[in-house]
Design a binder for this molecule. Sequence first.
Ligand SMILES: [Zn+2]
Length: 99
Amino acid sequence: MSPPPPPNPNNSRRRNDAEGCLVLSELNPRMVVDHLDDEGQPLHVLSFGTLREICPKCQTSHLKLVLRQSSVRMAHLFCADCATCYDAHYSNGTPALTL
Ligand SMILES: [Zn+2]
């Protein structure tokens, strides 16, 4: 067993810089997720983790990352509180959600 590697301050600073300039733009949920016509029916959408970013709309929930899956046409960020979908890209225009 080797000891865990020490935290690398350079790495975490670079990472924060890159993530600090995420630009969110609201998406029409109907463009992003299928079968929204079933109103009142909770969507079975898998999320792939919770981000640092807070929902700019309701300012309470952290956004969840949702990747493409059966009922999801494109990767996006989702706020479970106000059910808003967001696209995300960096300020230099690079899409942040492209794998
Ligand atoms: Zn929200």
